[in-house]
Design a protein around this ligand. Structure first.
Ligand code: ADP
Ligand code: MG
Length: 686
């Protein structure tokens, strides 16, 4: 059957369907209703009033008329249901609705009513045509989403409903899931699921049907990730990396502190993995300041101890330079050769570096993306650490690792990622959590303040600095406008110089050369500068334990995770630290939630959960590079329990049947292979 066989189809309508991503009958079947009208729960018009909340009524259209003049012109459609009359009013789309409604048609209105005297009005109700010939009366009516293309050709929900019925009932659909899974998971089969969704007998059926498709989609995704991972592992038996003299010296001599319990546990996982004979693929999750870097460092030393090289890739040059400094400080005394590789180094330096890396003289290489260029060849790479700010998605990561070398892989998250997201984004990795912060950290007090509080704030900052503290003042990056951004920070800088003529104040922004930036930061780190004004360039890195105040100007403009990341710059030393969120009295609701969350908790995982709720997964991760798969039915946040379930399930299935060769997995294998090669198009072939 083809789209052109549908009842009352026209070429224009076929085009409208195409434009709405419905190119075949099966696309139509996977075009699901957005809600349902329960006709047994429709209220009589005589029984509703202003206080009824959202209600559905069904009636016949008795009149359609334009009323009012000029700008106040509106369309009023009146319906009668035998008990009373109700007016629907439209201020927009008059001509569309005028054409669409015909006197005598049976329709439903969904919305809240307003009462004017004795008359009832719904403004812009959600309207659906009701099939008058369908006398079942009490059925549940699916309401399909509408697109502008549909509107242009008057494809209404009722028409889609009829089309779907035309195809739905005269066939069954191939079932890919093995019987044992359907039973174990209490899933309806494909045929039933589609019926539950398009023609439910009760309001619980659609959810049961939808669960099946979500689960299917997530399971296929998890299977493909696990398989990628298993392939990689079976092809690349990992080198045996074990701790030796360097690691020992580092942990028990050079490092001025002991690992926290969280760090020890994560390091234990790594130690186990790297000596297991199987390639490690592990993510370390930990809050800002939980001490991920030193754990990675110890792991890299294990590689060096075992005669291998290690690399650490980071997303920005500043961060690369900073990690390089840290590593060098610790490791130079041990005679470990650490090198820094970035994109903008001089040709001779670069040549020397490449030789050093290829010859094996370089033990540890820190760098940006430049590290994965073709020209960089390691002598014997045993461990690749990726310090990412959720920058690399699943696929990029696996590309990155298929570049000839097959090192153990350790990924560090820059800020905590909610479990639900981590399960998807890092579905091919094992996860270690570093819980808690190093002891001795004093919790940071965070407050929200307004312009009227400035005098108090300036006094407070003066007191703290007089007692030996230091302060950051950070201005947000104004979207798309580095110039504006600069202006804010520069003005703030000038203003502060006026307020504190006796203090040294520094300015750092993205337009400065990195040498200039570094010079200012160094003076701040050395305590020669007391107040550092900056744009968000300080977000990553910088570690100045003496800094005890962070003032975030226009705090409402920062994202929540970013606020938390910035706050992580203080509270690193002996001093009690304070984070002051300066903001306008007028804030959006989202902004209020962000600031309140910051004031309420220091727990990065809790903050990440809130942030994810506010922004959704795409924005949380930084849309374009998020590397998140595009799920059609599942929502990785709302459906995180299913994500978890399918992850475990995929592991189980592949453990019992690594290549899906068992007869019972025949269907699953078929759809999986389609998914694996065509990715996500598998359902268009039902
Ligand atoms: P992050 O997890 O944010 O990358 P870092 O690795 O930058 O954290 O560590 C933050 C700071 O805490 C660094 O100055 C580091 O030296 C220090 N640190 C790390 N581990 C410990 C520990 N166990 N005890 C005390 N300080 C630690
Ligand atoms: Mg870090």
């Amino acid at each position: 059957m083809k789209l052109s066989d549908l009842h009352r189809i026209t070429p224009a309508r076929i085009q409208a369907l195409h434009n709405s991503q419905i190119a075949s009958i099966s696309d139509l079947l996977y075009f699901f209703p957005r809600r349902y009208i329960d006709r047994s729960n429709v209220l009589p018009i005589s029984g509703i009033n202003e206080y009824s909340g959202s209600v559905t009524v069904i009636g016949k259209i008795t009149s359609i008329q334009e009323i009012g003049f000029a700008r106040k012109k509106r369309l009023q459609g009146t319906i009668y249901d035998g008990t009373g009359i109700l007016n629907g009013v439209w201020f927009k789309g008059l001509s569309y609705f005028k054409q669409r409604f015909k006197q005598g048609n049976l329709v439903s209105f969904f919305g809240t009513v307003k009462q004017f005297g004795s008359s009832l009005t719904m403004s812009h109700p959600d309207v659906e045509d009701i099939d008058a010939s369908d006398n079942s009366g009490a059925g549940i009516v699916p309401v399909y989403p509408s697109t502008n293309f549909f509107k242009n050709t008057f494809i209404t929900s009722l028409i889609i409903q009829k089309w779907v019925k035309q195809v739905l009932f005269n066939r069954t659909y191939e079932e890919y899931f093995p019987e044992y899974l359907l039973t174990a998971l209490r899933l309806p089969n494909r045929t039933d699921s589609l019926r539950f969704i398009h023609a439910p007998q009760s309001l619980t059926e659609p959810a049961a049907g939808l669960r099946r498709f979500k689960l299917e989609e997530l399971l296929l995704f998890q299977l493909s990730m696990q398989r990628l991972r298993n392939n990689r592992i079976s092809k690349n038996p990992g080198a045996h990396l074990t701790a030796g003299k360097l690691t020992d010296q580092f942990l028990h001599g050079v490092l001025p502190f002991e690992f926290t319990e969280g760090q020890s546990l994560a390091f234990g996982d790594i130690t186990f993995d790297m000596d297991s004979g199987v390639q490690m693929n592990r993510l370390i999750q930990g809050d800002v300041g939980s001490g991920k870097t030193v754990v990675a460092l110890a792991a890299m030393l294990m590689a060096v101890d075992s005669g291998y090289q290690a690399s650490m890739m980071v997303p920005t040059e500043i961060l690369a330079e900073q990690h390089f400094q840290t590593l060098n400080n610790y490791l130079a005394p041990l005679g470990v050769n650490v090198r820094l590789l970035t994109g903008n180094q001089s040709a001779p330096l670069r040549r020397d570096m490449l030789t050093d890396i290829e010859g094996g003289g370089a033990h540890i290489v820190v760098g940006t993306h430049a590290l994965i260029q073709d020209k960089v060849r390691f002598h014997k790479l045993g461990l690749a650490v990726i310090d990412e700010q959720h920058r690399f998605g699943v696929l990029q990561r696996s590309n990155l690792l298929s570049k000839g070398e097959h090192p153990h892989v350790l990924v560090m998250s820059a800020t905590p990622i909610p479990r639900s997201l981590a399960m998807t984004l890092y579905s091919d990795l094992d996860i270690s959590l570093i819980k808690g912060l190093p002891s001795g950290r004093k919790p940071i007090s965070t407050v929200v303040r307004y312009d009227k509080n400035r005098p108090d704030m300036y006094r407070f900052v003066r007191d703290e600095i007089s007692k030996g503290g230091q302060a950051y003042v950070v201005f947000p990056l104004v979207e798309e406008s580095e110039a504006m951004d600069l202006k804010d920070a520069t003005m703030g800088f000038e203003q502060l110089k006026g307020i504190y003529p006796d203090f040294e104040i520094g300015l750092v922004h993205g337009r400065m050369k990195s040498a200039e930036k570094e010079a200012v930061m160094k003076r701040f780190a050395a305590g020669e500068v007391q107040i550092l004004v900056s744009t968000t360039v300080i977000e990553v890195g910088v570690n100045v334990p003496n800094a005890s105040i962070m003032i975030l100007e226009h705090a409402e403009r920062f994202g929540l995770s970013q606020l938390h990341q910035l706050r992580g710059r203080i509270g690193r030393g002996e001093r009690k630290s304070f984070c002051i969120l300066m903001t306008d009295v007028k804030r959006s609701k989202d902004a209020r939630v962000r600031l309140e969350t910051m004031a309420r908790t220091n727990d990065g995982f809790e903050i990440a959960e809130v942030d994810l709720k506010l922004r959704g997964p795409g924005d949380f991760l930084g849309t374009k590079q998020s590397g998140l798969p595009d799920f059609r039915f599942a929502d990785i946040v709302d459906d995180h329990l299913l994500v978890q379930e399918t992850r475990a399930l995929a592991q189980q299935i592949l453990k019992e049947d690594p290549k899906l060769e068992q007869p019972r997995h025949k269907g699953l294998r078929k759809v999986f292979e389609r998914y694996f090669s065509a990715k996500a198009q598998y359902f268009s072939m039902s």
